[in-house]
Design a protein around this ligand. Sequence first.
Ligand SMILES: Cc1cc2nc3c(=O)[nH]c(=O)nc-3n(C[C@H](O)[C@H](O)[C@H](O)COP(=O)(O)OP(=O)(O)OC[C@H]3O[C@@H](n4cnc5c(N)ncnc54)[C@H](O)[C@@H]3O)c2cc1C
Length: 287
Amino acid sequence: MNVDVLVLGGGLAGLSAAYHLGLRGAASRLVVEAKPRVGGTAGSVTKGAYTFDYTGHLLHLHDEYGKGLILDLLKDNVAAHERKAWIWSQKTYTRYPFQANVKGLPREAVVDCLAGFLETVHRPRPLAKDPDFLSWSRATFGDGITRRFMRPYNEKLWRTPLAKLTTEWQGRFVPKPSPSEVVYGALAEQNALFGYNASFRYPVRGGIQALPDALAERLEPGVVRVESPVTAVDLREKVAQVRGIGEVRYQRLVNTLPLNVFLDLATPLPADVKAAKKTSGGIRFGT
Ligand SMILES: Cc1cc2nc3c(=O)[nH]c(=O)nc-3n(C[C@H](O)[C@H](O)[C@H](O)COP(=O)(O)OP(=O)(O)OC[C@H]3O[C@@H](n4cnc5c(N)ncnc54)[C@H](O)[C@@H]3O)c2cc1C
Protein backbone atom coordinates (compact mmCIF):
# COMPACT_ATOMS: atom_id res chain seq x y z
CA MET A 1 0.00 0.00 0.00
CA ASN A 2 1.24 3.54 -0.76
CA VAL A 3 0.01 6.64 1.06
CA ASP A 4 0.98 10.26 1.22
CA VAL A 5 0.61 10.44 5.03
CA LEU A 6 0.70 7.50 7.40
CA VAL A 7 -0.64 8.30 10.87
CA LEU A 8 0.29 5.90 13.66
CA GLY A 9 -2.44 5.69 16.33
CA GLY A 10 -6.16 6.45 16.19
CA GLY A 11 -6.49 8.48 19.41
CA LEU A 12 -7.64 12.09 19.27
CA ALA A 13 -4.22 13.28 18.03
CA GLY A 14 -4.07 10.79 15.15
CA LEU A 15 -7.68 11.35 14.07
CA SER A 16 -7.31 15.12 14.29
CA ALA A 17 -4.05 15.05 12.29
CA ALA A 18 -5.70 12.99 9.54
CA TYR A 19 -8.77 15.23 9.49
CA HIS A 20 -6.82 18.49 9.33
CA LEU A 21 -4.28 17.20 6.81
CA GLY A 22 -7.28 16.22 4.67
CA LEU A 23 -8.65 19.77 4.92
CA ARG A 24 -5.24 21.02 3.78
CA GLY A 25 -5.28 18.76 0.75
CA ALA A 26 -3.10 15.78 1.70
CA ALA A 27 -3.50 13.39 -1.20
CA SER A 28 -4.05 10.19 0.77
CA ARG A 29 -3.99 9.38 4.47
CA LEU A 30 -4.07 6.19 6.46
CA VAL A 31 -4.59 6.00 10.23
CA VAL A 32 -3.60 2.67 11.76
CA GLU A 33 -4.98 1.87 15.21
CA ALA A 34 -4.07 -1.26 17.18
CA LYS A 35 -7.31 -1.55 19.15
CA PRO A 36 -10.78 -2.42 17.82
CA ARG A 37 -11.98 1.17 18.44
CA VAL A 38 -10.58 4.61 17.85
CA GLY A 39 -10.19 7.07 20.72
CA GLY A 40 -7.18 5.80 22.64
CA THR A 41 -7.04 7.32 26.12
CA ALA A 42 -10.13 9.40 25.36
CA GLY A 43 -12.30 6.32 24.79
CA SER A 44 -14.98 4.40 26.68
CA VAL A 45 -16.13 0.82 27.19
CA THR A 46 -19.76 -0.18 27.46
CA LYS A 47 -20.82 -2.97 29.81
CA GLY A 48 -24.55 -3.66 29.79
CA ALA A 49 -26.38 -0.43 30.50
CA TYR A 50 -23.23 1.34 31.68
CA THR A 51 -20.50 3.26 29.87
CA PHE A 52 -17.11 3.66 31.50
CA ASP A 53 -14.52 6.15 30.26
CA TYR A 54 -10.95 4.90 30.48
CA THR A 55 -10.35 8.02 32.49
CA GLY A 56 -12.60 10.95 33.33
CA HIS A 57 -12.69 13.34 30.40
CA LEU A 58 -14.41 16.66 30.90
CA LEU A 59 -14.42 19.09 28.00
CA HIS A 60 -12.99 22.52 28.87
CA LEU A 61 -13.27 24.41 25.63
CA HIS A 62 -11.17 27.57 25.82
CA ASP A 63 -9.73 27.63 22.32
CA GLU A 64 -12.28 29.10 19.88
CA TYR A 65 -11.37 26.84 16.98
CA GLY A 66 -11.32 23.68 19.11
CA LYS A 67 -14.60 24.65 20.74
CA GLY A 68 -16.29 25.19 17.39
CA LEU A 69 -15.00 21.89 16.03
CA ILE A 70 -15.99 19.82 19.07
CA LEU A 71 -19.45 21.35 19.37
CA ASP A 72 -19.99 20.79 15.66
CA LEU A 73 -18.82 17.16 15.96
CA LEU A 74 -21.07 16.39 18.93
CA LYS A 75 -24.01 18.51 17.70
CA ASP A 76 -26.95 17.86 20.11
CA ASN A 77 -25.02 15.12 21.94
CA VAL A 78 -23.37 17.50 24.42
CA ALA A 79 -24.50 19.19 27.64
CA ALA A 80 -22.99 21.87 29.88
CA HIS A 81 -22.46 21.05 33.55
CA GLU A 82 -21.46 22.88 36.70
CA ARG A 83 -19.14 20.92 38.95
CA LYS A 84 -20.68 19.72 42.23
CA ALA A 85 -17.79 18.44 44.31
CA TRP A 86 -17.82 17.81 48.04
CA ILE A 87 -15.16 16.67 50.48
CA TRP A 88 -15.82 14.21 53.31
CA SER A 89 -13.56 14.99 56.27
CA GLN A 90 -13.95 15.41 60.04
CA LYS A 91 -17.21 13.40 59.66
CA THR A 92 -18.86 16.06 57.51
CA TYR A 93 -19.10 17.30 53.92
CA THR A 94 -17.63 20.61 52.83
CA ARG A 95 -17.49 22.10 49.38
CA TYR A 96 -14.46 21.76 47.08
CA PRO A 97 -11.96 23.38 47.27
CA PHE A 98 -11.37 22.70 50.94
CA GLN A 99 -9.11 25.75 51.40
CA ALA A 100 -11.95 28.12 50.43
CA ASN A 101 -14.80 26.32 52.21
CA VAL A 102 -13.96 25.38 55.78
CA LYS A 103 -17.38 26.50 57.09
CA GLY A 104 -19.20 23.45 58.43
CA LEU A 105 -16.12 21.77 59.87
CA PRO A 106 -15.95 21.36 63.67
CA ARG A 107 -15.17 24.73 65.27
CA GLU A 108 -11.62 23.81 66.33
CA ALA A 109 -10.85 22.71 62.77
CA VAL A 110 -12.16 26.01 61.34
CA VAL A 111 -10.00 27.97 63.80
CA ASP A 112 -6.98 25.80 63.07
CA CYS A 113 -7.35 26.19 59.29
CA LEU A 114 -8.11 29.90 59.38
CA ALA A 115 -5.39 30.79 61.89
CA GLY A 116 -2.82 28.77 59.92
CA PHE A 117 -3.80 30.49 56.69
CA LEU A 118 -3.68 33.98 58.23
CA GLU A 119 -0.20 33.15 59.58
CA THR A 120 0.97 32.68 55.99
CA VAL A 121 -0.39 36.14 55.11
CA HIS A 122 1.10 37.95 58.10
CA ARG A 123 4.37 36.05 58.34
CA PRO A 124 5.13 34.63 54.86
CA ARG A 125 7.59 31.72 55.04
CA PRO A 126 10.63 31.79 52.83
CA LEU A 127 10.47 29.10 50.16
CA ALA A 128 13.23 27.37 48.22
CA LYS A 129 13.31 28.01 44.45
CA ASP A 130 11.88 24.56 43.72
CA PRO A 131 10.08 23.70 46.95
CA ASP A 132 8.62 20.28 47.77
CA PHE A 133 4.82 20.19 47.88
CA LEU A 134 4.66 19.88 51.67
CA SER A 135 6.71 23.04 52.30
CA TRP A 136 4.85 24.83 49.51
CA SER A 137 1.46 23.84 50.92
CA ARG A 138 2.39 24.95 54.44
CA ALA A 139 3.67 28.27 53.11
CA THR A 140 0.64 28.79 50.83
CA PHE A 141 -2.28 27.44 52.88
CA GLY A 142 -0.85 27.15 56.40
CA ASP A 143 -0.35 24.22 58.75
CA GLY A 144 -4.04 23.58 59.54
CA ILE A 145 -5.27 23.24 55.94
CA THR A 146 -2.16 21.23 55.06
CA ARG A 147 -2.56 18.79 57.95
CA ARG A 148 -6.34 18.40 57.62
CA PHE A 149 -6.66 18.25 53.83
CA MET A 150 -3.72 18.97 51.52
CA ARG A 151 -1.50 16.29 53.00
CA PRO A 152 -3.93 13.36 53.37
CA TYR A 153 -5.67 14.11 50.06
CA ASN A 154 -2.54 14.54 47.96
CA GLU A 155 -0.68 11.63 49.53
CA LYS A 156 -3.68 9.44 48.71
CA LEU A 157 -3.90 10.83 45.17
CA TRP A 158 -0.19 10.75 44.29
CA ARG A 159 0.81 7.86 46.55
CA THR A 160 3.98 9.75 47.36
CA PRO A 161 5.11 11.48 50.55
CA LEU A 162 4.48 15.19 49.95
CA ALA A 163 8.02 16.05 50.99
CA LYS A 164 9.11 14.17 47.84
CA LEU A 165 6.54 15.71 45.50
CA THR A 166 7.48 18.68 43.31
CA THR A 167 5.17 21.65 42.69
CA GLU A 168 5.64 22.72 39.07
CA TRP A 169 2.45 20.81 38.10
CA GLN A 170 0.07 22.46 40.55
CA GLY A 171 -0.62 25.77 38.71
CA ARG A 172 -4.30 25.81 37.74
CA PHE A 173 -4.97 22.44 39.42
CA VAL A 174 -4.71 23.69 43.02
CA PRO A 175 -6.91 26.76 43.53
CA LYS A 176 -5.31 29.51 45.62
CA PRO A 177 -8.11 31.63 47.06
CA SER A 178 -7.41 35.16 48.27
CA PRO A 179 -7.44 35.94 52.03
CA SER A 180 -10.92 37.46 51.76
CA GLU A 181 -12.19 34.34 49.97
CA VAL A 182 -10.72 32.06 52.64
CA VAL A 183 -12.24 34.14 55.45
CA TYR A 184 -15.59 34.38 53.64
CA GLY A 185 -15.62 30.60 53.11
CA ALA A 186 -14.99 30.08 56.82
CA LEU A 187 -18.01 32.19 57.74
CA ALA A 188 -20.54 31.67 54.96
CA GLU A 189 -21.53 29.50 52.00
CA GLN A 190 -19.27 30.38 49.08
CA ASN A 191 -20.96 31.30 45.83
CA ALA A 192 -17.68 31.77 44.00
CA LEU A 193 -16.54 28.88 41.81
CA PHE A 194 -12.87 27.96 41.90
CA GLY A 195 -10.54 26.06 39.64
CA TYR A 196 -10.25 25.29 35.95
CA ASN A 197 -13.01 22.66 36.00
CA ALA A 198 -15.82 24.64 37.67
CA SER A 199 -17.89 24.12 34.54
CA PHE A 200 -17.43 21.78 31.61
CA ARG A 201 -19.20 20.07 28.77
CA TYR A 202 -19.67 16.33 28.30
CA PRO A 203 -21.48 14.08 25.81
CA VAL A 204 -25.07 13.20 26.67
CA ARG A 205 -24.83 9.70 25.20
CA GLY A 206 -21.97 7.26 24.66
CA GLY A 207 -19.41 8.66 27.10
CA ILE A 208 -16.35 10.47 25.80
CA GLN A 209 -16.09 7.79 23.08
CA ALA A 210 -18.73 9.84 21.24
CA LEU A 211 -16.06 12.44 20.42
CA PRO A 212 -13.43 10.29 18.68
CA ASP A 213 -16.21 8.33 16.97
CA ALA A 214 -17.65 11.57 15.55
CA LEU A 215 -14.19 12.69 14.40
CA ALA A 216 -13.52 9.33 12.73
CA GLU A 217 -16.84 9.64 10.89
CA ARG A 218 -15.59 12.88 9.30
CA LEU A 219 -12.83 10.91 7.57
CA GLU A 220 -13.46 9.24 4.23
CA PRO A 221 -14.20 5.49 4.34
CA GLY A 222 -11.01 3.43 4.56
CA VAL A 223 -8.82 6.18 6.05
CA VAL A 224 -9.01 4.63 9.53
CA ARG A 225 -8.06 1.00 10.01
CA VAL A 226 -8.64 -0.46 13.47
CA GLU A 227 -7.13 -3.72 14.77
CA SER A 228 -4.08 -2.80 12.73
CA PRO A 229 -1.06 -2.47 14.99
CA VAL A 230 2.13 -1.16 13.44
CA THR A 231 4.94 -3.58 14.27
CA ALA A 232 7.96 -1.91 12.64
CA VAL A 233 8.88 1.33 10.90
CA ASP A 234 11.89 1.71 8.61
CA LEU A 235 12.49 5.45 8.74
CA ARG A 236 15.15 5.39 6.02
CA GLU A 237 13.06 3.43 3.49
CA LYS A 238 9.82 5.12 4.65
CA VAL A 239 7.96 1.88 5.02
CA ALA A 240 5.94 0.51 7.94
CA GLN A 241 4.82 -3.03 8.71
CA VAL A 242 1.20 -3.11 9.84
CA ARG A 243 -0.49 -6.30 11.03
CA GLY A 244 -3.53 -7.07 8.88
CA ILE A 245 -2.41 -4.72 6.09
CA GLY A 246 1.23 -5.59 5.39
CA GLU A 247 3.77 -3.15 4.02
CA VAL A 248 2.73 0.52 3.93
CA ARG A 249 4.97 2.94 2.02
CA TYR A 250 4.54 6.57 3.01
CA GLN A 251 5.80 10.01 2.03
CA ARG A 252 5.22 11.52 5.46
CA LEU A 253 4.80 9.89 8.85
CA VAL A 254 2.84 11.23 11.84
CA ASN A 255 3.49 9.36 15.07
CA THR A 256 0.99 9.68 17.92
CA LEU A 257 1.98 6.47 19.73
CA PRO A 258 3.60 6.91 23.11
CA LEU A 259 7.15 7.94 22.23
CA ASN A 260 8.80 4.97 23.94
CA VAL A 261 6.55 2.55 22.04
CA PHE A 262 7.40 4.26 18.76
CA LEU A 263 11.13 4.21 19.47
CA ASP A 264 10.96 0.45 20.03
CA LEU A 265 9.44 0.04 16.55
CA ALA A 266 11.45 2.56 14.55
CA THR A 267 14.83 2.00 12.91
CA PRO A 268 17.43 3.27 12.35
CA LEU A 269 17.58 5.62 15.34
CA PRO A 270 20.23 8.33 15.69
CA ALA A 271 22.80 7.49 18.39
CA ASP A 272 21.67 10.25 20.75
CA VAL A 273 18.03 9.09 20.52
CA LYS A 274 19.14 5.52 21.29
CA ALA A 275 21.07 6.75 24.31
CA ALA A 276 18.13 8.83 25.57
CA LYS A 277 15.79 5.85 25.09
CA LYS A 278 17.98 3.64 27.28
CA THR A 279 17.66 6.01 30.20
CA SER A 280 13.83 6.00 30.22
CA GLY A 281 11.50 3.23 31.41
CA GLY A 282 8.23 2.67 29.63
CA ILE A 283 5.24 0.72 28.49
CA ARG A 284 4.75 -1.48 25.49
CA PHE A 285 1.66 -2.04 23.40
CA GLY A 286 0.06 -5.36 24.32
CA THR A 287 1.68 -5.78 27.72
C1 LIG B 1 -6.12 10.51 33.89
C2 LIG B 1 -6.26 11.40 32.66
C3 LIG B 1 -7.26 12.37 32.62
C4 LIG B 1 -7.37 13.21 31.52
N1 LIG B 1 -8.38 14.13 31.51
C5 LIG B 1 -8.53 14.95 30.45
C6 LIG B 1 -9.62 15.88 30.38
O1 LIG B 1 -10.44 15.96 31.30
N2 LIG B 1 -9.72 16.69 29.30
C7 LIG B 1 -8.80 16.60 28.29
O2 LIG B 1 -8.91 17.34 27.31
N3 LIG B 1 -7.77 15.72 28.30
C8 LIG B 1 -7.62 14.89 29.36
N4 LIG B 1 -6.59 13.98 29.38
C9 LIG B 1 -5.60 13.98 28.28
C10 LIG B 1 -6.09 13.22 27.05
O3 LIG B 1 -6.56 11.95 27.43
C11 LIG B 1 -4.92 13.00 26.11
O4 LIG B 1 -4.23 14.20 25.87
C12 LIG B 1 -5.37 12.47 24.74
O5 LIG B 1 -6.40 11.51 24.83
C13 LIG B 1 -4.14 11.88 24.08
O6 LIG B 1 -4.49 11.50 22.76
P1 LIG B 1 -3.41 10.93 21.81
O7 LIG B 1 -4.08 10.62 20.53
O8 LIG B 1 -2.21 11.82 21.79
O9 LIG B 1 -2.86 9.60 22.53
P2 LIG B 1 -3.60 8.22 22.84
O10 LIG B 1 -5.01 8.44 23.25
O11 LIG B 1 -2.70 7.49 23.78
O12 LIG B 1 -3.61 7.51 21.43
C14 LIG B 1 -2.57 6.70 20.96
C15 LIG B 1 -3.21 5.58 20.19
O13 LIG B 1 -2.17 4.78 19.66
C16 LIG B 1 -2.62 3.44 19.69
N5 LIG B 1 -1.47 2.54 19.59
C17 LIG B 1 -0.54 2.23 20.55
N6 LIG B 1 0.38 1.38 20.04
C18 LIG B 1 0.04 1.17 18.75
C19 LIG B 1 0.62 0.41 17.68
N7 LIG B 1 1.73 -0.32 17.85
N8 LIG B 1 0.01 0.42 16.48
C20 LIG B 1 -1.12 1.18 16.26
N9 LIG B 1 -1.71 1.90 17.24
C21 LIG B 1 -1.14 1.89 18.46
C22 LIG B 1 -3.36 3.33 21.01
O14 LIG B 1 -4.24 2.22 21.05
C23 LIG B 1 -4.08 4.67 21.03
O15 LIG B 1 -5.37 4.58 20.45
C24 LIG B 1 -6.47 13.09 30.45
C25 LIG B 1 -5.49 12.10 30.46
C26 LIG B 1 -5.38 11.25 31.56
C27 LIG B 1 -4.31 10.15 31.55
